[in-house]
Ligand binder design. Structure first.
Ligand SMILES: Cc1cc2nc3c(=O)[nH]c(=O)nc-3n(C[C@H](O)[C@H](O)[C@H](O)COP(=O)(O)OP(=O)(O)OC[C@H]3O[C@@H](n4cnc5c(N)ncnc54)[C@H](O)[C@@H]3O)c2cc1C
Length: 352
């Protein structure tokens, strides 16, 4: 029997899967549990852009974690492809930001952060070209992570919902499920995205994570019609390799309501046709929504719970959870091993 410590990861989105992966690589015995399918929520619904939208408008804790996460993706995707045969379709296709992108301040920010950037003038319109901004096809990323975790011996439970925590402090020995099972472990990590507060019950304390709905439209054109991502006034187009184009997104504070609305569809379709006229004639082939784990200033909590010795949180990544997941997982694993993380963890502390 293995003597390694056992960790239970609660929530199988991109943050939970990356946490499980990093801890398994560090020698922990890992179990991962989800109330639905692995990667069936926000991590499936998102766009997979590996960069904050207009990063010069965010604080350093957001950008540092996001840039660090993005830098880990090429290796991560190579490793996932090599082990699982599933290609997350990482591509550094670049992003074009249409006016008003932020002018000189944006260029200065890029220079200070080592991000290649260039002003471009086409048809008298000045845009900002960011050639290195990359994307992944996140549903494929989630499939690859799932297969990888199985290959590494991570025990995965799907369609099992954990119940809100009843314990109040000290050392957590087990987390009960809604159906009355008890999941024992030496340590616990909460990665339940928008649902994280519900799972903590009264021990959510001052944690501020709430669902923020985002709706998306999907189109299909010939591959190559749109070679890069485009951003304009809180709206983006993301071209996949096979010609699919994702148009998004809304940011709506409507609670745990995953329905899609005609109003959002019309709004997104008008913006899509405006940026890429071919989309005016193309049918929308799918319309969906997901619930982001919204947090103040988009700063996640990556920390030990103040009342429990062995309960950790990795949640609240809001608009950039795909981008931040690898660096967040590294930070969490360092904290759990009493190491100093490569980024200062103070900015991601549990709020008091
Ligand atoms: C429309 C949209 C576009 C986006 N675009 C981008 C983008 O381009 N780039 C980017 O980086 N990010 C993007 N995001 C944000 C990103 O998707 C999220 O930040 C990220 O997926 C959060 O991951 P997570 O693992 O915390 O949450 P989730 O993927 O939501 O995972 C949480 C999991 O916890 C499980 N769970 C909940 N309750 C329980 C329970 N009681 N018991 C067991 N399991 C439970 C859920 O079933 C779920 O699978 C976008 C999001 C949306 C919605």
């Amino acid at each position: 029997m293995s003597m390694s410590k056992h960790v239970l990861v609660v929530g199988g989105g991109v943050v939970g899967c990356l946490s499980a992966m990093v801890l398994a690589e560090r020698g922990w015995r890992v179990s991962l549990i989800d109330q639905g399918m692995l990667g069936g929520e926000a991590s499936w619904a998102g766009g997979g852009i590996l960069f904050p939208l207009l990063p010069w408008n965010y604080t350093e804790p957001v950008n540092q974690l996001a840039l660090a996460g993005a830098s880990l993706y090429p290796m991560l995707c190579e490793q996932l492809l090599a082990i699982t045969g599933i290609d997350p379709q990482y591509q550094a296709c670049g992003m074009r930001i249409m006016p008003n992108y932020g002018g000189e301040a944006a260029l200065q920010w890029c220079q200070a952060h080592g991000i290649a950037a260039e002003k471009k003038i086409e048809k008298q319109v000045e845009s900002l070209w960011l050639p290195q901004v990359a994307q992944v096809r996140n549903p494929r990323l989630m499939q690859a992570l799932h297969a990888f975790l199985l290959a590494r011996g991570v025990q995965i439970f799907e369609n099992v919902a954990l119940a809100p925590l009843q314990a109040e402090e000290g050392r957590l020995t087990a987390w009960p499920s809604i159906g009355g099972l008890r999941f024992e472990a030496d340590a616990f990590i909460l990665t339940a995205g928008a649902w994280s507060r519900n799972l903590l019950g009264a021990q959510a304390l001052y944690l501020q994570v709430k669902p923020m709905r985002g709706q998306m439209l999907l189109y299909k054109l010939e591959p190559g019609v749109l070679p890069n991502m485009i951003y304009h006034e809180d709206f983006y187009l993301i071209p996949r390799r096979d010609g699919h184009i994702i148009a998004g997104s809304t940011v709506e504070d409507v609670g745990f309501d995953k329905s899609t609305t005609q109003e959002a569809a019309a709004h997104l379709a008008a913006k899509a046709a405006n940026l890429l006229p071919q989309l005016a004639r193309a049918p929308v082939i799918r319309h969906w929504s997901g619930l982001r784990p919204g947090s103040p200033d988009n700063i996640p909590v990556i920390a030990r719970h103040p009342r429990f010795d062995n309960l950790y949180l990795n949640t609240g990544h809001f608009r950039y959870g795909v981008t931040m997941a690898p660096s967040s997982a590294d930070m969490l694993a360092a904290l759990m091993s009493d190491e100093t993380p490569s980024l200062d963890a103070a900015a991601y502390a549990f709020p008091d």
